[in-house]
Design a protein around this ligand. Structure first.
Ligand code: ADP
Length: 422
């Protein structure tokens, strides 16, 4: 109730009202009373209920005052039309002194109040003021209801959005559990089988050769499990933003040579250096960069025939360095290009061409996150059946004390090219 009273105390602002009366003297006197005693009320008058109805159809008055007794359509009939057209508009009916029957009829017909003739100015102004304030209050309530329902709708939409995000997150989690359990099952059951075989051989006393083979297989299974667990750990670090880079300044030409030497020695592959140019300085996390390069190399090997070349090129263009890994393998169908950097995505029915088993579909996801954290990005170009080029684009380190703003940025030039035959 207090809220209502507060609003009732407020000033009326810009309130249009309509007075309907066939009595010319009253039609002149009442607007004068309003003008003199009420602020911000604009009065319109008419001497016919029919014309009043036309105006009510066109315009939303804050209050309507009408005489009851008028020739043609009377005040009671006008009231019933107004109730239909504008149920929120308060109508005050003027009735003759002692005409209680009409006053009761007016109230039953939905009039806001009635005013007795001869008209008492105070009573008239009070009744009109209450009517206008009631109308303005109703309007505010309607506006607030509208604002509330809009707010409720936007909340609903937010809940729908969050729910769908949760559903997606849940589906990703289910997929994650499904893939992890499948992928871990195979190396673990290998380990179990090998252990049982070794025990059996040991019991029979002729263990040496079989134990050696079993240990080799076990090591392979353990390495695979380690890779899977590391991929999962990295993914979870990226997701939770706990991923920290330890950046240092390197000459990328030297660093790539060192990483490629180590990689090809480990995998017993031949490495051929075709060109070595000027240094390119970058500020990167060496281990994480190495992880990206190894992932691209291992994909290039997995998805191209044994014996085919993999070319690693280092180029500088402006203040960016581009490290690209090119294979002549199976390529990637164009429709899957938008997906290959997503978690757990593998091109359906993709066939491994050489080397390793398929991964969890996390390698490119992790690689992209690492490169993005360095302020760079990864691009891919591919032709189905002919091969793919994955290009890591990173910012070159620029020493602010040495750089001359007026020098044009370096144009595209190749700094190093290596070929691996696998
Ligand atoms: P995975 O660890 O399973 O290889 P990645 O995230 O590294 O996952 O790669 C996702 C998928 O993208 C691969 O399963 C493969 O289908 C496709 N892909 C990646 N690199 C190549 C490539 N060089 N040639 C052809 N397909 C590739």
């Amino acid at each position: 109730m207090e809220i209502g009273l507060d609003i009732m105390d407020e000033e009326i602002n810009n309130s249009p009202i309509l007075i309907v009366d066939d009595d010319a003297a009253l039609l002149q006197a009442l607007p004068q009373v309003v003008d003199l005693r009420m602020k911000n009320v604009q009065v319109e008058t008419t001497d016919s209920a029919q014309h009043a109805l036309e105006r009510v159809k066109e315009f939303d008055f804050d209050a309507i005052i009408s005489d009851i007794k008028m020739p043609g359509m009377d005040g009671i009939e006008l009231l019933s039309h107004i109730r239909e057209l504008r149920p929120d508009t308060p109508v005050l009916l003027i009735t003759g002194h002692g005409d209680h029957g009409l006053a009761i009829q007016a109230i039953r017909g939905g009039a806001y109040d009635y005013i007795l003739k001869p008209i008492d100015r105070d009573a008239f102004v009070n009744a009109l003021q209450r009517a206008i304030q009631t109308r303005q209050l109703r309007r505010k309530v309607t506006e607030q209801q509208l604002a509330l329902s809009l707010h409720a709708r936007s909340l609903e939409r937010l809940v729908e959005k969050r729910t769908s995000e949760l559903v997606t997150a849940n589906a990703t989690k289910d997929k994650f559990l499904d893939i992890v359990s499948q992928e871990l099952k195979s190396p673990l059951s290998n380990l179990k089988g090998m252990t049982q075989l070794m025990l059996h051989q040991l019991e029979r006393g002729d263990a040496t050769a079989a134990v050696h083979q079993a240990l080799v297989d076990m090591e392979r299974s353990i390495t695979r499990t380690e890779v899977l667990v590391q991929d999962l750990l990295d993914t979870s670090l990226m997701e939770t933003n706990l991923f920290v880079l330890h950046r240092e300044r390197y000459n990328l030409v030297d660093l790539c040579r060192e990483l490629l030497d180590a990689y090809t020695t480990r995998a017993v592959l031949s490495l051929n250096c075709e060109l070595l140019g000027d240094p390119i300085v970058v500020e990167i996390d060496k281990d994480r960069f190495s992880q990206v390069l190894i992932n691209l190399l291992s994909n290039a090997r997995k998805f191209s025939k044994k014996g085919s070349p993999i070319t690693i090129t280092l180029q500088q263009s402006g203040y960016e360095v581009i490290v690209s890994v090119q294979d002549t393998g199976i390529g990637i169908p164009e429709e899957y290009l938008p997906n290959i950097f997503e978690q757990f995505f593998r091109v359906p029915d993709v066939k491994i061409q050489s080397g390793n088993r398929p991964g969890l579909g996390l390698g490119l996801f992790i690689a992209r996150k690492i490169v993005e954290r360095h302020g760079g990005h990864i691009e891919v170009q591919t032709v189905l059946g002919q091969g793919s080029v994955f290009s890591v684009v990173l910012p070159v380190y620029v020493d602010p004390t040495v750089i001359n703003q007026s020098d044009p940025p370096p144009s595209l030039h190749t700094q190093a090219v290596w070929t691996i035959t696998h």
